[in-house]
Design a binder for this molecule. Structure first.
Ligand code: NAP
Ligand code: GDP
Length: 743
């Protein structure tokens, strides 16, 4: 006789539901060594005695795991795996004690550094859970607590026998419950009262009642009813008094019997009002349903009607920036949920938001400068009532235009000890931020500024994409926070020649639009005095009259070849006007023609024509091959040497006061054909081979002749570098820096 034993081994379960009292995750085991008689496995949660609950369905032999869904109530002590044969299920399964993972962050801290009422900004920090082994990430939300619109419905019942009328019993029960439970009589609703049996001397009455109270009060009421259930003496005494009061005769009152008194139960009811706060955002994936939080700092259960994602962080991060000017709206709390690979917590940690608000009051100024049109004297103000978050005051002169609009000019910054007065003559040092500072134009500005005495007392910061991706709003904010620029020259852009533009229209639009929006909005928020952005003559209408001038920018669709780039750039001009009109910002733009020079992008595929041809010519010379010019060579262009452009950009920053753009270009008489340019490059490179044309390639716009009349009206004497000289400089630079050049 053979006694078959088939038990699983290596039973494993790691709880991945991060809430206390909830389980979830995968249960795994190894198959028995002898499986000849095993048909299937059954996996149970058990209390270690007779109660158990099957997880999912039976698992066929061959599969060695089952899944326990997140948020399974943990009222169990073991997970057990039984094997089953054709005849019977095992009676002695293999069991594993359940360990309930709970991982919540603690110590959430957020100090609002945005001093405007109803706006938030600053750093949100928290502490890692003590046991973070199952935590993958954190999700932070701004949340609206809806305490008032969520109520607890406490219901209970009792049964008594007394010789009294329904009205008398109802009133006496109502009054007695009110006294015993400490609520007002009007809050007690008698849901039903039924005479179940009527004898000569008494009637048995079944009564059910309902009380709606704030959630926080519910457990206390339940505890009081539980106490009456155990010892009803006082309740019966009160009931007798109330029956007498209702006119029931004393003999009947004496023979009163309380037959039963149940412990009340609680149901949480969310009023429609709570759900309706979800209004415009309903259906938004950022919006969470009403949830109960176990872990509010006050330990009063907290209910959330509406929440919106603030951001995510990986498990090892313990801070997150809340962007300046984040609207507070109706949000009351910050929530931080932990998340495992299985699920996000349902009961996160909550932190009450305190909105910092600090404005000075009593601003006064008496002009002691006796000239008309000039001011001088002391500006006075009173410090804000709450000044803990204050580092300094910025004092501006503002021109009121239509009352509501203003155009600020900063007078100065005054130190952390709030002074009672400050003189408006200390201009803060100028910090000029140059985005795209490592590109063709940025490098040229860097060179010009290094040679410019006027820039000696100023701080110039040249950014590259390594300092932060300007497509990303928070990275852009971090840059402004760090450098606190007073002036910005905005060059950073996704830039490329004709062929690159034709291939990537969507990227050219989206990246440039996002970069420009981030820069303009940060300039507004951080009080930048002047922003100069860079447009391009290739964004003008395709069908137009020549020469092009600044007034024609929006007069028709741009050339199809660079539609994405052009539209993104044109929006900068539109928004410069919007920012001026609404906020008084001094945002302007300049429009260079084709630029060339050292540090250009010499990539043959992606680069502009001059760097592209320089690179091709270099390779043709090296390899003894023909140099290939793309297209017919007949299109006409105006080229500006990068250092000339840099000098003009610095002039625009310091002296050009208009919001309207200004074309920065050589004269119309300096327009050259692509063939001529190619010829000049061959000469500068001393290339003796053949110059051939590949006419299968596109020509792009035939010409975009621009007028520099406006520039000449400001700078009649500006000397441009002759194109042959500029090309020679660019060629020499490329040859000398071949290995490091962008290509
Ligand atoms: P570039 O040589 O290609 O340089 C682009 C610059 O922008 C680089 O410093 C680059 O940083 C930065 N940049 C690009 N994407 C960025 C991002 N997402 N985040 C942060 N920085 C980013 O360009 P350029 O020729 O000097 O052009 C400068 C400006 O002039 C542009 O606005 C362009 O539209 C305009 N423009 C140029 C021409 C021309 O012929 N080149 C003509 C008319 C107008 P990395 O170096 O780190 O990549
Ligand atoms: P655009 O001025 O905005 O059109 O851009 P580009 O600087 O790329 O100039 C394009 C003109 O140069 C077109 O007429 C092209 O056909 C011509 N071209 C000739 N050879 C090349 C080359 O090697 N690269 C580029 N980008 N354009 C070339």
């Amino acid at each position: 006789m053979e006694d078959v034993t088939s038990s699983v081994s290596g039973l494993a379960f790691v709880d991945q539901d991060l809430d206390l009292g909830d389980l979830g995750g995968v249960v795994q085991w190894n198959a028995p060594s002898d499986t000849r008689r095993v048909e299937a496995y059954r996996v149970y949660l058990t209390d270690g005695a007779s109660t158990r609950s099957l997880i999912g369905t039976e698992i066929p032999l061959g599969l060695n795991e089952t899944f326990l869904p997140a948020e399974t109530d943990n009222v169990w002590s073991l997970v057990e795996v039984y094997t089953r044969s054709k005849l019977v299920e095992q009676t002695t399964p293999i069991g594993l004690a359940i360990s309930d993972t709970s991982a919540s962050v603690s110590g959430i801290d957020f100090v609002d550094d945005d001093l405007d009422l109803t706006n938030l900004g600053g750093s949100l920090t928290w502490l890692k859970p003590t046991n973070a082994a199952q935590v993958e990430s954190y999700v932070a939300y701004l949340a609206e607590a809806c305490q008032d619109s969520v109520v607890a419905e406490v219901t209970g019942s009792l049964s008594l026998s007394v010789a009294a009328t329904e009205t008398q019993v109802l009133a006496a029960v109502q009054a007695s419950l009110a006294t015993m439970l400490g609520v007002s009589q009007s809050e007690i609703i008698i849901a039903s009262i039924t005479a179940v049996s009527a004898r000569r001397l008494s009637t048995t009455w079944d009564v059910t009642y309902k009380i709606s109270v704030p959630v926080a009060q519910a457990s206390q009421l339940v505890a009081l009813t539980a106490a009456i259930n155990v010892d009803a003496t006082s309740f019966v005494a009160t009931l007798r008094e109330e029956l007498l009061h209702q006119g029931v005769d004393s003999a009947a009152v004496t023979s009163l019997q309380l037959l039963s008194f149940s412990t009340a139960s609680v149901r949480i009811v969310v009023n429609d009002l709570a759900n309706s706060t979800d209004d415009s955002d309903s259906g938004d994936s950022n919006t969470s349903d009403t949830r109960r939080l176990a872990s509010s700092p006050t330990s009063v259960p907290l209910w959330i009607c509406h929440a919106e994602v603030l951001g995510n962080a990986t498990v090892n991060e313990t801070s997150m920036d809340i962007l300046v000017d984040t609207p507070l709206r109706n949000f009351t709390h910050i929530l931080i949920y932990t998340s495992s690979t299985l699920a996000e917590q349902t009961t996160p940690e909550a932190h009450l938001i305190l909105d910092a608000f600090a404005s000075v009051s009593g601003v006064s100024f008496q002009d002691l400068d006796l000239d008309l049109g000039e001011l001088g004297g002391t500006v006075l103000w009173l410090e804000p009532q709450t000044s803990q978050r204050l580092l300094a005051y910025d004092v501006y002169l503002a021109a009121s235009e239509t009352g509501q609009f203003w155009c600020p000019a900063k007078l100065g910054r005054f130190g952390s000890k709030p002074p009672m007065a400050g003189y408006g003559k200390t201009e803060s040092p100028t910090v000029v931020l140059v985005t795209g500072g490592t590109g063709l134009v940025g490098k040229a500005i860097n060179k010009v500024v290094n040679e410019d005495d006027a820039a000696k007392g100023e701080t110039w910061v040249f950014l590259s994409s390594k300092d932060g991706d300007l497509v990303d709003r928070s990275a852009t904010e971090a840059i402004f926070k760090k450098h606190q620029p007073t002036h910005v020259i905005h060059l950073a852009a996704r830039v490329g020649g004709l062929f690159h533009n034709m291939a990537k229209k969507v990227e050219f639009f989206r990246e440039n639009m996002l970069i420009n929006d981030n820069i303009m909005e940060c300039c507004r928020i951080y009080g930048v005095k002047k922003l100069v952005s860079c447009l391009s003559t290739c964004i003008f209408p395709d069908k137009t009259t020549y020469p092009i001038d600044e007034t024609m920018l929006h007069n028709g669709p741009p050339h199809d070849s660079n539609l994405g780039y052009s539209i993104a750039k044109r929006l900068v001009d539109s928004m410069n006007h919007c920012y001026k009109e609404q906020y008084g910002c001094q945002f302007t733009s300049l429009i260079p023609t084709n630029v060339y020079g050292p540090h250009d992008n010499f990539n043959v595929q992606d680069g502009h024509v001059i760097p592209g041809l320089i690179h091709k010519c270099y390779l043709a010379k090296q390899k003894g091959e023909d140099m290939v010019l793309w297209g017919s060579g007949t299109p006409m262009r105006q080229f500006i040497f990068s250092e000339d452009l840099a000098r003009l950009i610095v002039w625009v920053l310091r002296d050009y006061q208009e919001i309207e753009p200004i074309i920065l270009s050589v004269g119309e008489e300096d327009e050259v054909s692509i063939s001529d340019v190619a010829q000049m490059i061959c000469e500068a490179m001393d290339f003796k081979g053949k110059l051939v044309k590949d006419t299968t390639k596109a020509d792009g716009q035939f010409k975009k002749t621009a007028s520099n009349k406006k520039l000449r009206s400001y700078k009649p004497d500006f000397k441009f570098t002759p194109i042959r000289q500029g090309i020679q400089t660019a060629v020499d630079w490329f040859v000398e820096n071949y290995s490091a050049a962008r290509k």
